[in-house]
Design a protein around this ligand. Structure first.
Ligand SMILES: NC(=O)c1ccc[n+]([C@@H]2O[C@H](COP(=O)([O-])OP(=O)(O)OC[C@H]3O[C@@H](n4cnc5c(N)ncnc54)[C@H](OP(=O)(O)O)[C@@H]3O)[C@@H](O)[C@H]2O)c1
Length: 415
């Protein structure tokens, strides 16, 4: 796009000159500056926009990648500062990023490199020179020479809007840049932010002191956006739960969680696509989709639910149990964890009834469990299992007649 860009600049009445240079090489940079100034008027403004953009978690970043990411950003900016160390330019602008300004999960080294630019601007300013570091949000980079551009921009905008950061309109970005230079600001973040959405995601793991100082963010923190009621609404769910038995209620809530999780993951309303016992994280849930699921469930149940819901109750079974505890506080959920788990087990059985062979296996395991548990001083009233001195769980299906009689004796004779 360079020739098109040059033509556009010249149409505005300025001359454009391109000079390739690795700005991490200070001597080469100084030579280019000398050359440019020998051929034309002295440099009066510098904009550093070079970057090697490679995203990833800091823990996964190798020393080589860290060095590469810092080269153009950190070394390049330091070199520009050094080459123009003695000159107070009209503008010395560093293109930084919100990744360094307030942080972003998978922007480890890139965030650090950008944060360096913000401090470089402060240092240059402290030397009495002009310097502005602008921590940009994500630019909506329109151009006329790339046909795929419009489609890519729409996709990018959709993705970033879901994070509460719609693409930054280029016109507005340039207006902001002009103001920053006119007002001689040092470090400023410029982003288009949907605060309700962004704050919910950003404060999911921990509170943010920085955001409490932004009035719009503070307002969003005080009164989080209430998710709109679903088509059926919370009343509809309450009515449906009303006439059901406890296992049926547990089943209904589990199906609700699975269906909403499936929808968030893009499977449509196919509850079967979501394994009740599988961890949400393993299914691919991240902070964004966790908030979406929270919103859907809040809207379906009428409950006020925290953004961390999916991480506090990490599988559909556990999350459904939590909803049951909140919606039906008088049921089993008020009892100890073991009963809660038993409720989950019932719900899982109701959700996908086992085949006959599995049924038989389950029956044996349960019977064995009952026996071994009663040995350890299990049920206080000794109702079904009895309190005999059995030595091992008995395999009912394969036990001999004598073993079965022994089993019955032990079950019926408390001595
Ligand atoms: N785009 C955004 O939404 C956004 C948001 C926040 C901040 N920013 C910052 O704004 C700046 C521009 O972003 P962009 O999206 O235009 O980035 P980009 O498309 O990746 O462009 C980066 C440019 O830096 C050049 N470069 C890399 N290493 C260099 C080196 N050692 N010496 C000289 N030039 C070098 C690259 O040249 P080659 O192509 O020849 O390698 C490339 O032209 C970057 O600093 C970026 O971090 C951008």
């Amino acid at each position: 796009g360079a020739p098109q860009l040059a033509a556009a600049i010249e149409e505005l009445g300025a001359e454009a000159v391109f000079a390739a240079c690795d700005i991490a090489d200070r001597d080469a940079l100084a030579a280019v500056v000398r050359q440019v100034e020998a051929d034309g008027p002295p440099v009066t403004a510098v904009v550093h926009a070079a970057a090697h953009i490679e995203l990833g978690m800091l823990a996964d970043t190798t020393a080589g990648a860290l060095s590469e990411i810092c080269r153009a950003k950190v070394l390049g900016a330091e070199n520009l500062d050094a080459v123009f160390a003695e000159r107070d330019l009209d503008a010395f602008v560093l293109f930084s990023s919100i990744a360094g300004f307030w942080g972003s999960g998978d922007h480890g080294a890139y965030a650090a490199a950008n944060a360096h630019l913000d401090t470089l601007a402060e240092r240059r300013r402290a030397r009495g020179l002009r310097a502005s570091s602008v921590a940009w949000g994500i630019w909506d980079a329109a151009n006329d020479w790339d046909e795929r551009n419009t489609e890519m921009r729409a996709l990018k905008n959709e993705k970033s809007s879901r994070h509460g950061l719609p693409l930054l309109d280029a016109e507005q970005a340039f207006t902001a840049l002009r103001r920053i230079i006119d007002h001689d600001e040092t470090v400023v973040a410029v982003a288009d932010v949907d605060w309700d959405r962004f704050v919910a995601l950003f404060t999911m793991a921990r509170e943010s002191v920085l955001l409490t100082e932004v009035p719009e963010a503070a307002r969003a923190l005080e009164s989080p956006e209430e998710p709109a009621a679903g088509p059926d609404g919370a009343d509809g769910l309450a009515r449906r739960l009303d006439g059901l038995s406890r296992p049926e209620q547990a089943h209904l809530l589990l199906e609700l969680v699975r269906a909403q999780a499936a929808a968030v993951l893009g499977h449509g309303p196919q509850a079967e696509a979501v394994d009740p016992g599988r961890a949400f994280r393993e299914m691919g849930f991240d902070s964004l989709t966790a908030v979406e699921l929270r919103n859907r469930l809040a809207s379906a149940t009428g409950l006020k639910l925290p953004a961390t819901l999916v991480f506090d109750h990490p599988s559909p079974l556990e999350l459904a149990a939590r909803l049951r505890a909140l919606l039906l506080p008088d049921d089993d959920s008020a009892h100890p964890l073991a009963l809660l788990r038993l409720g989950d087990f019932e719900a899982a059985l109701a959700a996908s009834p086992p085949d006959p062979a599995t049924r038989q296996q389950l029956a044996r395991r349960l019977q064995g469990l009952l026996w071994s548990w009663s040995e350890e001083g299990g049920p206080a009233d000794g109702a079904a299992a009895g309190q005999g001195d059995a030595t091992a769980p008995v395999d009912v299906a394969s036990a001999s007649a004598d073993e079965l009689f022994d089993l019955i004796d032990r079950g019926l004779d408390p001595s």
